[in-house]
Write a protein that binds this ligand. Structure first.
Ligand SMILES: [Zn+2]
Length: 267
């Protein structure tokens, strides 16, 4: 990057900056845990930085990506996005997740996918635009459903092959083109455990920046069929009563909120 360009960085003085090395976020940890400001970042070796997007609607917030072997300034550490939740709370997690998603998207859309011209930042929205052919690229958000299926006071919990050892959770999966969210719920439950569901109701949602999902949560009831794990994505599944739960996901995920909601209604 042109060093002159760094001097005209977009950020206002003292504005917090989301700087990542890979998918790890740089935090000032001494004397207290907080985001670094642009001035902390500007002198570091960067492979990219925001052209001027307002990450949280506040002017001056920005993202930057450090080169892989960048040395960290005194008093700073790299943490996972999940750590941000426990260290700084939910709001910081969502803001850092947004910055990460915008960064990922910007860096993957530097050139127009149609005519290969370098993209420029759109003026009035978070988008990149091709000055030659007019193609507009918006940040990627990939919807996925997550559903708590109940049958007579028991909850459907399944073990995905990618989960940590012993971990079970509710069913989740990506929405396909041309599909409604409810349709995705029906299809995913059928594909993964061969069960038909009914009475699908909306529960809530959660942005999930790993790397750019939007988890949309539902409750549903068993209608028919016996559980048969697909043996591919799901290695085992069953109906669980509150007193006999296996290991479940940690507190900050919507999967856990769905499970806690079930427990609150059946304890
Ligand atoms: Zn173009």
């Amino acid at each position: 990057m042109d060093p002159e360009e760094l001097l005209t960085a977009p950020s206002a003085t003292g504005a917090p900056c989301f700087a990542f090395r890979g998918d790890l976020l740089l935090l000032r940890t001494e004397p207290s845990v907080e985001l670094p400001v642009w001035e902390d970042i500007a002198g570091l070796p960067l492979s990219g930085r925001s052209p001027g997007f307002w990450i949280t609607g506040r002017p001056g917030n920005c993202w930057a990506s450090l080169v892989e072997d960048a040395l960290l300034p005194e008093g700073m550490s790299l943490v996972t996005l999940r750590d941000v939740w426990s260290l700084m709370g939910e709001r910081a997690f969502f803001e850092a997740g947004r910055a990460f998603q915008i960064m990922e998207w910007s860096q993957r859309n530097r050139f127009c996918g149609r005519c290969a011209t370098p993209m420029v930042e759109a003026e009035n929205e978070t988008a990149l635009m091709c000055p030659t052919c007019g193609l507009v690229s918006y940040p990627t958000v990939t919807p996925a459903i997550i559903v708590a299926v109940e049958r007579e006071g028991r909850l459907l919990l399944a073990r995905n092959t990618r989960f940590p050892k012993g971990r079970y959770s509710v069913i989740a999966g990506f929405v396909e083109p041309g599909e409604t969210l409810e349709g995705a719920v029906e299809r995913e439950v059928m594909e993964e455990v061969s069960v038909r569901v009914k009475n699908i109701t909306y529960f809530g949602s959660q942005p999930w920046p790993f790397p750019h999902s939007m988890m949309v949560g539902f409750r549903a009831e068993w209608e028919s069929g016996e559980i048969m794990a697909d043996g591919n994505e799901i290695e085992s599944a069953g109906w669980y009563s509150p007193e006999g739960f296996p290991d479940i996901p940690p507190g900050f995920s919507i999967s856990r909120r769905l499970i806690d909601d079930f427990l609150a209604r059946h304890a």
